[in-house]
Design a protein around this ligand. Structure first.
Ligand code: AGP
Length: 609
């Protein structure tokens, strides 16, 4: 996700915008930029890296303009660089655009615009927007923007200014957040409230399809049917830190609730209704290389390792490729049996984990092709791997990984389908059915998130416990591991994830009336087996908290507590099953008074061995 700020009024725009960008740094920080309308020209400054680098550039410049836009970037298309930093301008450098979101049809539009003579300077999807506005511009920036956005597919929150319309600031919202701040003869647009909360507490939340025209003496809002409309003016009473968390108590909770959006952003533009093969020109591993691969080796750490364990099931079941998954710190010291027919997949949210980088470097020495699944564009792992499939989750601030995990699973689903199609392992029918279920996952997660209070009630019953056991089988065994990791790292309770079938080989000795046992019992080929494991726990007085599919009365009869999730494809249950476990861990951590965003002894990215 990126951050946008726009201003028009009587203050020095660069000061207001820079201040706003600093307050949006939690949304992205690989580059930033600002553009203002000065006397006779547009003044534009951009910088790679943190916002302080832009501040350094600006303080050496003279800015007096009172209208402008700014942007802080979390790269999704085009590496972090000054050329790719927003704002972007048209060929004549008279129109400026800043954008948050993903334009799905940018390749086709870019091709058309280049054939019409437009010159592009960046690798971003955003730049096509400003050239499209230029194409439609005939003196009035509002009508040019209205015409241009009709051609866009995807998600976009835009800020637009034009030298030929110096008294106008335009904002556009479609499937990416944009708020309007209402001041006294001054107006603001921003991706999020914190950016301008210090200037006003009055906000309009634009709706999808809204276009707002802001002038110093007033504003007009046009809805998706181009009718002038009124939107409610809300008064926000948050302080600025609360606002950065969008009113959530912790970043971790905010990030849990962002998952419907971040999952959709990760598959957006990468799946068609029929299949996903057209997405893969983004992934510079061509079909010949995939056909030549005869095995996959996945390396990762922590939560990313758990995603890798699910990847192993999916690459074997859907793609027909023998796959092994290793913890990075173990893999790097094994006597590796790897060759140029091995695809090494490194999974990492940060892209800077030393225990994942080292094995990837080692595997390259043996000729392996390397593919990274990563959330941070331009990070070490992405620079050193042959190809990268980016998750699009925006910065993950909470140390406990949540949205990055489900973003990684989404990326793995896409890859498994792609490999399965290239290897001829799956039918068109399977692909269409799977994609149809995958597209519904964001809505299914909203359904689960609506049960937060129910999960909080369970947390209240068990937050004083000293031990937890998490059981799962097959695809849900890695979810048992991940649920246990979430709990232990933020509540400091000893929690262990175990393959349910292994209970009788030892852990069953732990079961008594004091031990909560979380059982992941969604339908699938091992459902009957997990049922009998639940009975084994109950027979020894254990407390059973089950995750089950809506309507499953059998599990309810055998459990002390059940958290229901919507029905979906068996392969997709892991991405749903983890949601209640994230919330359970979060609420137990809060009830125990732990610092859930920055747990003791932990760092967000472990860049040392
Ligand atoms: C997960 O909640 C932890 N924060 C930790 O296990 C993390 O997943 C691990 O350090 C790997 O980090 P990476 O994904 O950035 O490589």
């Amino acid at each position: 996700m990126c951050g946008i700020v726009g201003y028009i009024g009587n203050k020095i725009a660069s000061e207001v915008i820079l201040d706003g960008l600093k307050r949006l740094e939690y949304r992205g920080y690989d580059s930033s930029g600002i553009a203002t309308i000065e006397e006779k020209n547009l003044k534009i400054s951009r910088a790679v890296g943190k916002i302080k680098n832009l501040e350094t550039v600006i303080k050496n410049e003279e800015y007096s303009g009172t209208a402008g836009v700014g942007h802080i970037r979390w790269a999704t298309h085009g590496k972090p660089s000054e050329e790719n930093a927003h704002p972007h301008t048209d060929c004549n450098k008279k129109i400026v655009v800043v954008h948050n979101g993903i334009i799905e049809n940018y390749r086709q539009l870019k091709h058309e615009l280049i054939s019409e003579g437009h010159k592009f300077l960046s690798e971003t999807d955003t730049e096509i927007i400003v050239h499209l506005i230029e194409k439609h511009f005939s003196g009035d920036i509002l009508s040019a923007v209205k015409s241009a956005v009709k051609q866009l597919k995807g998600a976009y929150a835009l800020g637009v200014i034009s030298l030929d319309n110096p008294d106008v600031l335009i904002g556009v919202r479609y499937d990416a957040p944009l708020v309007v701040g209402i001041g006294d003869n001054e107006y603001f647009i921003a991706s999020d409230i914190p950016a301008v909360l210090s200037y006003t507490k009055r906000f309009i939340f634009l709706e999808d399809g809204d276009i707002v025209e802001l002038k110093r003496d007033g504003y007009k809002i046009f809805d998706s049917k181009d009718n002038i409309c009124q939107r409610k003016v809300n008064t926000i009473e948050w302080d600025s830190l609360m606002a950065e968390k969008a009113g959530y108590k912790h970043f971790m909770l905010k990030e849990i609730f962002e998952q419907p959006q971040t999952i959709e952003d990760t598959f957006r533009g990468r799946i068609g209704v029929e299949d996903i093969s057209d997405f893969f020109d983004e992934l510079n591993i061509n079909t010949e290389i995939i056909k030549n691969i005869n095995r996959i080796s996945i390396v990762a750490c922590g939560t990313s390792y758990h995603a890798g364990l699910i990847g192993r099931f999916l690459f074997e079941s859907i793609s027909g490729l023998p796959t092994e998954t290793d913890i990075g710190s173990e893999f790097r010291y094994r006597d590796l049996i790897i060759d140029n027919k091995t695809l090494l997949i490194a999974i990492s949210q940060s892209g800077e984990t030393a225990d994942t980088i080292a094995p990837m470097r080692e595997a390259k020495k043996y000729g392996a092709k390397t593919l990274s699944i990563c959330n941070v564009m331009g990070s070490t792992i992405t620079r050193e791997s042959d190809a990268t499939l980016y998750t699009r989750c925006g910065p993950e601030i909470g140390v406990a990984s949540t949205k990055a995990f489900t973003g990684q699973l989404t990326a793995i689903y896409l890859l498994a389908l792609y490999f399965g199609i290239v290897k001829g392992k799956i039918s068109k029918e399977f692909s269409v059915k799977f994609i149809d279920s995958l597209i519904k996952i964001p809505r299914d997660i909203v359904n689960i998130l609506n049960k937060e209070q129910e999960i909080k009630t369970i947390a209240k019953k068990f937050f004083k416990k000293s031990d937890f056991l998490y059981l799962g089988r097959g695809l849900n065994y890695p979810i048992a591991l991940e649920g246990a990791l979430k709990l232990k790292e933020i509540s400091y309770i000893h929690a262990e994830g175990y393959p349910a079938g292994e209970m009788k080989h030892g852990p069953i000795a732990l079961i008594d009336e004091n031990l909560p046992v979380v059982c992941i019992a969604t339908e699938g080929k091992v459902y009957e087996k997990i049922l009998s494991n639940i009975e084994e726990v109950k027979a020894r007085e254990g407390i059973v908290i089950s995750i089950a599919v809506e309507g499953d009365e059998l599990i309810k009869a055998k459990s002390d507590h059940v958290i229901y999730i919507p029905k979906t494809e068996e392969f997709l249950y892991p991405i749903l099953n983890i949601i209640p476990l994230q919330l359970l861990a979060y609420h137990i951590g809060v009830l125990r008074g732990c610092d859930v965003d920055q747990p003791r002894n932990l760092a967000k990215s472990v860049t040392v061995e």
